[in-house]
Ligand binder design. Structure first.
Ligand SMILES: NC(=O)c1ccc[n+]([C@@H]2O[C@H](COP(=O)([O-])OP(=O)(O)OC[C@H]3O[C@@H](n4cnc5c(N)ncnc54)[C@H](OP(=O)(O)O)[C@@H]3O)[C@@H](O)[C@H]2O)c1
Length: 333
């Protein structure tokens, strides 16, 4: 059965995260797109061979000829359109972060729990579906590294221009929410919940947006372990994404766990030897879209469903609070 998708927003990420990925997932058909500005949506549809354009987001989610939507809007706009789409009976793949803050997502999930048979909701935490992460999990679980002592994730993306959604509080901007979210999710993926925030600090722009963030967490089931996330969108930081696990028996470093398709390396140092490997250059977005299509078809919860996103958002809120910052907005002003 074909899964007919509608796209909310003619976003910059959509070609990479969805349109090219759809070429590798034959059961997905791109059916329609909507943007705030209909001529922009028309141009986007023409560029990418999308057959239909809806007048606005509301018209898109109500279309009878789509089964699911992909939401690539500012984080401050996600929940509004998630709920409108679910109300219209559409499954939802929503960009990360699913919500600007945890309480708003908790309230939405509580409302949806009253509706048995609600359509599927999945947060687009794409790295989680790539075999590279499967390999990291397997090495961590197999005891290869001994007892886990420290996890570290660093993600820095410079050149985010002024005015970008990531640089404004009203659109739920901030380095932690945009970039550090991956580290928090990776820690949760390996350790489970709950992560406990120990301390955090941020370099803050005038609009209460964290341009740089550092947070340290622990976990009650792993005494002595620290999990440290650093995220930066400072113009002078080099572009970098890496994840490291230090154990009593060895160390694992993964360069580029977030977008393995752009080149990655997994380096295991153990017993005086260094093993280097790479896993699979297929984009994480292809695995993500396949997982979404499979979950819609089977009705099985994907690992990055709404409850999973809520657990991540809870840690992110606690990190912001520890740095003396307010939670981000989860709805448009
Ligand atoms: N998975 C990944 O690897 C990845 C990478 C980058 C971004 N993302 C996520 O994808 C989402 C979109 O990111 P992006 O970089 O693609 O963003 P973007 O292109 O700057 O904006 C996305 C869309 O949001 C709407 N928009 C922009 N500014 C707005 C405003 N001030 N108020 C209301 N709507 C506004 C626009 O919709 P219209 O087209 O309708 O005008 C725009 O196309 C974010 O949640 C981000 O975290 C994910």
């Amino acid at each position: 059965m074909t899964l007919r998708l509608g796209l909310l927003g003619a976003a910059r990420i959509t070609p990479a995260a969805l349109i090219y990925a759809a070429e590798a997932v034959p059961e997905v058909a791109l059916q329609a797109v909507a943007a705030r500005d209909p001529p922009r949506a028309m141009a986007f549809a023409a560029d990418h061979g999308i057959p239909h354009v809806a007048n606005d987001y509301a018209a898109l989610v109500e279309r009878d000829d789509i089964d699911a939507v992909y939401i690539a809007l500012p984080a401050s706009h996600h929940l509004l359109w998630v709920e409108r789409a679910l109300d219209a009976g559409k499954a939802v793949l929503c960009e990360k972060p699913l919500s600007g803050n945890a309480p708003a997502l908790r309230a939405l999930l509580a409302r949806r729990a009253q509706r048995p048979g609600d359509p599927l909701l999945m947060e687009a935490m794409h790295y989680r579906y790539h075999p590279l992460w499967g390999r990291v999990q397997a090495l961590s679980d197999a005891g290869t590294l001994g007892a886990l002592k420290a996890l570290t994730m660093h993600f820095a993306v410079p050149h985010i221009p002024a005015g970008d959604i990531r640089r404004r509080f009203a659109t739920a901007g901030g380095a932690l929410l945009d970039l550090g979210i991956y580290g928090v999710h990776m820690f949760r993926s390996l350790l489970g919940d709950p992560l406990t925030v120990q301390h955090a600090k941020a370099v803050v722009l005038e609009d209460a947006v964290d341009e740089q963030f550092e947070g340290v967490m622990t976990h009650p089931a792993f005494p002595g372990l620290t999990a440290t996330v650093t995220a930066s969108m400072a113009p002078d930081t080099p572009l970098a994404a890496w994840f490291e696990i230090e154990g009593t028996e060895g160390r694992l470093r993964v360069d580029n766990p977030v977008a393995p398709q752009l080149g990655h390396e997994l380096r295991l140092e153990r017993a005086g030897e260094t093993l280097r490997e790479s896993v699979d250059p297929t984009p994480s977005y292809c695995y993500q879209l396949q997982a979404f299509a499979d979950a819609v078809k089977t009705g099985q919860r994907p690992p990055t469903d709404g409850q999973d996103a809520l657990a991540t958002a809870t840690v992110l809120d606690a990190l912001y609070a520890a740095a003396g910052l307010a939670p981000r907005p989860a709805y448009p002003a």
